[in-house]
Design a protein. Structure first.
Lengths: 114, 116
């Protein structure tokens, strides 16, 4: 089956530190990969995505590269801000007919201290 | 910017009672979903809905659950007889269906269901 394994949290960093949140996946097909973010009190928002091997998704200073050889999609940011404090979810989707559901990882809580 | 709206934001219900969670997806979207997240656990897929019928459902989505799109705008999740273990955050999502598997799914803010 399909699954996503995420680095366990919580993660606490100081402002301007480098961030890596690891994500690996197993999939029966050829997935699209996503990072969603959930800010306190809000719903899940798409942060970035990649739909094929070696694609790099990027948004708001975050980046993740689709690595098929290591089945990974690690999230990175060079310099985090307090406003990046949120829960980050790695997810995959394999499209099969009309079924397009996402499979999520367990989420990683990030807290950035000033 | 269009958004997915869920009501209520928090619902408390007694075990054995029926609950209906409501969602208004983005208006031109074709695919609708329910997910849930038990506290401290993964976000889990429950059901997807396309062309006025269920297109996929997980093992969690048993006979106690049903979905409906009664009027072309609302998308509801009904739990017929709630159990304590149904306590979770329930997320509704929708997607346009164009652009293949990379198409973004837009999520609502969630309904926190507490069964007592």
């Amino acid at each position: 089956g399909n699954s996503v394994t995420q680095m366990e949290g919580p993660v606490t960093l100081s402002e301007e530190a480098f961030l890596t949140i690891n994500c690996t996946y197993t999939a029966t097909g050829y997935p699209s990969l996503f990072w969603y973010v959930q800010y306190p009190g809000e719903g899940l928002q798409l942060l970035l995505k990649a739909t094929k091997a070696d694609d790099k998704g990027s948004n708001k200073g975050f980046e993740a590269t689709y690595r098929k050889e290591t089945t990974s999609f690690h999230l990175e940011k060079g310099s985090v801000q307090v406003s990046d404090s949120a829960v980050y979810f790695c997810a995959l989707r394999i499209s099969s007919g009309s079924a397009r559901q996402l499979t999520f990882g367990s989420g990683t809580q990030l807290t950035v201290l000033p | 910017e269009p958004e997915v709206t869920q009501t209520p934001s928090h619902q408390v219900t007694q075990m054995g009672q029926e609950v209906i969670l409501r969602c208004v997806p983005i208006s031109n979207h074709l695919y609708f979903y329910w997910y849930r997240q038990i506290l401290g656990q993964k976000v889990e897929f429950l059901v997807s809905f396309y062309n006025n019928e269920i297109s996929e459902k997980s093992e969690i989505f048993d006979d106690q659950f049903s979905v409906e799109r009664p009027d072309g705008s609302n998308f509801t999740l009904k739990i017929r007889s709630t159990k304590l273990e149904d306590s979770a955050m329930y997320f509704c999502a929708s997607s346009s269906g164009t652009g293949g598997p990379g198409t973004e799914a837009f999520f609502g803010q969630g309904t926190r269901l507490t069964v007592v």
